[in-house]
Design a protein around this ligand. Structure first.
Ligand code: SUG
Length: 415
């Protein structure tokens, strides 16, 4: 084995539902109150993982966190008089979006030569702010070998941190040293700027990144206002390529220049606003595709089905192919996640390391995919109606379903 990019997808938890909890996330708000399909959601996610494995990509997973979170309900003194939104928060399956689990700096970039993780505190949203301690516990098992990995605590809650969703890495090959780019939002707009500059800078220091190989860029406030609550809704990087909407950053040309100054090999694939508008980019999640390098060296986009619209297809027809760094677009069905504002790239956390260093219980192979698929099919609720959130029987059902998965994977320690 050797150092490579491994995508760790979040398995969609059995309490997956549409509670409209994320202010500034248009998909979450517009699907509020819909019936959800947790079983189908989790199977869609698993199918994406298997499809990526079939392309020759390494694949891992992280497990759903315990929901409903009774500790959160207790801490808030939730009783019959409390705002039902608090109960809904405690039921959220939002840990499926592992791009927000942590920021990861591969060993080649850090001062001590270890791969560093800082779990994201996700403090802007109640339902997400409850994730990080359980996420950290999981990361400490999956990446528990202290010779190769360092797992930090989240940065203090005064500074919002949303993890890898606001972080990009440029390199000539995954294993070589890279330039890490942190994208933060300026507060004060209509919607919260979830990634604070000071959080990004703290993560860079904690990871021991070299200043001459680190860049901090401001997100375009208009993009946040249009619904790009994370930078990965409007831009994605892979090796030397930045695939971005033309309106992703506060100063687009300055952003390219700053990255290029530290990473001269940068190749920008910019989609102009008159080809795909900002609104279309956010609606379709084109830029929340996984941009991957396949074993033969070719780069492809793993895009959500929602991006199959005429303007995107017109752009792809003229732009993709030939000598273009991105040679093809493949579509995946993650519609259940998309309806809560989570595309293919939100569902995965990229870790560059040798798979041999990772706890094998978190790595996917065919046998494990079958096992996980069977448990989801047998135990995940088929549907959740909004009125069921808070129901004691359903709480038992989702708790038991998750425990069945933990037991099958020999990970009851995460109970
Ligand atoms: O934090 N949706 C998530 C989506 C996260 C997408 N991740 C990335 N872009 N990397 C969020 O807004 C909706 C849950 C609800 O409304 O019930 C939610 O949390």
């Amino acid at each position: 084995m050797s150092v490579q990019e491994i995508n760790f997808d979040g398995i969609v938890g059995p309490s997956h539902n549409y509670a409209g909890l994320s202010l500034g996330n248009i998909a979450s708000a517009s699907h509020k109150g819909n019936v959800s399909y947790p079983r189908a959601a989790a199977l869609q996610g698993l199918e994406k993982m298997q499809a990526n494995r079939a392309l020759g990509l390494a694949q891992g997973f992280l497990l759903p966190l315990p929901r409903p979170n009774t500790a959160l309900l207790t801490a808030l003194g939730v009783d019959g008089t409390a705002d039902p939104a608090l109960t809904r928060a405690a039921w959220s399956a939002s840990s499926m979006w592992t791009a927000n689990a942590a920021t990861v700096s591969p060993a080649a970039d850090t001062a001590d030569g270890k791969c560093h993780f800082t779990p994201a505190n996700l403090v802007t949203m109640l339902h997400r702010g409850q994730e990080w301690q359980d996420t950290a516990a999981q990361l400490k098992i999956a990446f528990g070998n202290p010779e190769y990995f360092a797992v930090h605590d989240a940065v203090p809650a005064s500074f919002g941190d949303e993890g890898a969703a606001n972080h990009m890495r440029f390199c000539t090959g995954h294993g070589s040293s890279g330039v890490e780019v942190f994208v933060y939002g300026r507060p004060g707009g209509k919607f919260p700027a979830r990634q604070h500059e000071q959080a990004s800078r703290a993560v860079a220091r904690l990871h021991g990144l070299r200043p001459e190989k680190t860049v901090f860029i401001e997100q375009n406030p208009d993009a946040i206002e249009a619904g790009a609550f994370h930078n990965d809704v409007v831009a994605v990087a892979n090796e030397r390529v930045l695939f971005t909407h033309a309106l992703a950053f506060a100063d687009q040309q300055a952003a390219y220049a700053e990255i290029r100054a530290k990473f001269p090999e940068l190749e920008v694939v910019e989609v102009p606003a008159d080809s795909v508008s900002l609104a279309e980019a956010i609606k379709t999640y084109l830029f929340n595709s996984q941009l991957v390098t396949l074993p033969d060296g070719g780069m492809e986009l793993i895009a959500p089905l929602e991006a199959k619209i005429p303007s995107v297809e017109r752009w792809a027809e003229t732009a993709i192919g030939g000598n273009h760094p991105i040679r093809a677009v493949r579509f995946v069905d993650v519609r259940q996640s998309m309806a809560n504002g989570g595309g293919p790239a939100c569902l995965r956390l990229r870790v560059v390391t040798d798979p041999e260093f990772v706890d094998p219980r978190f790595l996917l192979d065919d046998a494990k995919a079958e096992l996980i698929g069977n448990i989801i099919t047998e135990t995940w609720p088929e549907t959740i109606e909004p009125a069921q959130i808070g129901d004691a029987n359903l709480a038992q059902h989702v708790t038991d379903a998750r425990m069945a998965l933990l037991t099958a994977l020999d990970l009851t320690k995460l109970g």
